[in-house]
Write a protein that binds this ligand. Structure first.
Ligand SMILES: Cc1ncc(COP(=O)(O)O)c(C=O)c1O
Length: 379
């Protein structure tokens, strides 16, 4: 029998603990495990960098939700990205990256991986021809975000999977903004899904983490070697917290989407806003592709302030329910100025963001309170 998404979120990897029947697994806050004899670790557990029951449970649930044979959990989204890159690429390889992406991801490629000998080209992921033109004979990975952070560009995952595989490269999709409830890249042909589980998967802004989910078990096993060898794992309590968040992912995402639709509608009608960017709006250039590959359009909304950068900053400073903070995907609404905050590291690069841009992570509070808060801040 195959179970639905919400059932998997609550049960995959989460059978009651056999000894006591505890419905929620205890936190195995241990670094090491007693062995039955030399060379005979009990249930395979030796040392918590290599494996821990809380991380195993989280990984099993993540794999079930993304529809892959195996997932690996890490200390942060960037730790997951770094481990993947150094596992699948070698110095001299080339990677295509989005020309709109999380600033920290850009920094990882431009300031860390480049020094290590990895070449990269930034291209518009919403334009298949632009990605085709960016691929070289040395391209090992095409790296997508969809929707992109912060400009909410939409990449056609199936079309880019075909293109990437024709060139014998790997398609990696950062699914942080959508979550597996809204979009399942592996089913569309991606090879690896990346998550900052800090965001919607954890969902409560109380834990930092990352994950990789694989379409292919052999590739997963190879990267698992690097997970242990490089050591960027998450701890037992972090894994436990993230799994607690995952259980309610479906209901949270539906409310995030309901609220984001109402916020986008309000902003569209507001004279102090020059442009609203939300893939759910029919005028968004990626709307049709998003409708084809996403269940709904997500909880992230961006807009440009008609009064320019100073006005954008004022709006960010003025909201009361929307908290001025980096990050996204928690139950509480957040507002930020990407140019000066999350994407400051992309200044002067092909990934620089407009200075009048405001990014909203629309939470699951009472919608009327969110609309009033934004209206007052924009006035
Ligand atoms: C789309 C996206 N990917 C990756 C990351 C990096 O994740 P972390 O902050 O957990 O390292 C972020 C962080 O904001 C993000 O927004």
């Amino acid at each position: 029998m195959t179970y639905g998404f919400e059932t998997l979120a609550i049960h995959a990897g989460q059978a009651p603990e056999p000894r006591t029947g505890a419905v929620v697994a205890p936190i195995y806050q241990t670094s090491t495990y007693a062995q039955d004899a030399v060379g005979q670790p009990r249930l395979g557990y030796e040392y918590s960098r290599s494996s821990n029951p809380n991380r195993d449970a989280l990984q099993e649930c993540l794999a079930a939700l993304e529809g892959g044979p195996r997932a690996l959990a890490f200390a942060s989204g960037l730790a997951a990205e770094d481990t993947l890159l150094r596992a699948v690429c070698q110095p001299g390889d080339h990677v295509v990256i989005p020309d709109d992406a999380y600033g920290g991801t850009y920094r990882l490629f431009a300031r860390v991986a480049e020094r290590w000998g990895l070449d990269w080209t930034a291209a518009d992921v919403s334009d298949v021809d632009a990605i085709r033109a960016a691929v070289t004979a040395h391209t090992r990975v095409v790296w997508l975000e969809t929707p992109t952070n912060p400009l909410l560009g939409i990449a056609d995952i199936a079309a880019l999977a075909q293109l990437t595989h024709e060139r014998e490269a790997l398609l990696v999709v950062d699914n942080t903004f959508a979550s597996p409830y809204l979009q399942q890249p592996l089913a569309l042909g991606a090879d690896v899904v990346v998550h900052s589980t800090t965001k919607y998967l954890g969902g409560h802004s109380d834990v930092v983490g990352g994950a990789l989910v694989f379409a292919n078990a052999e590739l997963a096993d190879e990267v698992a070697f690097y997970q242990n060898a490089m050591g960027a794992i998450n701890g037992p309590f972090d894994a436990w917290l993230t799994l607690r968040g995952l259980r309610t992912l479906g209901v949270r995402m539906d409310r995030h989407c309901d609220n984001a639709e109402r916020v986008a509608d309000l902003l569209t009608r507001h004279s102090a806003v020059s442009q609203v960017i939300y893939p759910g709006l029919p005028g968004h250039p990626g709307h049709e592709t998003a409708a084809k590959q996403m269940r709904r359009f997500g909880g992230m909304v961006a807009f440009r302030a008609a009064g320019g950068e100073e006005h954008a900053i004022q709006v960010c400073n003025r909201t009361k329910v929307f908290i001025l903070a980096e990050s996204l995907g928690g139950v509480e609404s957040l507002i930020e100025h990407p140019g000066r905050m999350t994407h400051a590291s992309a200044a002067g690069s092909p990934l620089e963001v407009p200075s009048d841009l405001v990014r909203l992570s629309v939470g699951i509070e009472t919608i009327d309170d969110l609309l009033t808060d934004l209206s007052e801040a924009l006035a």
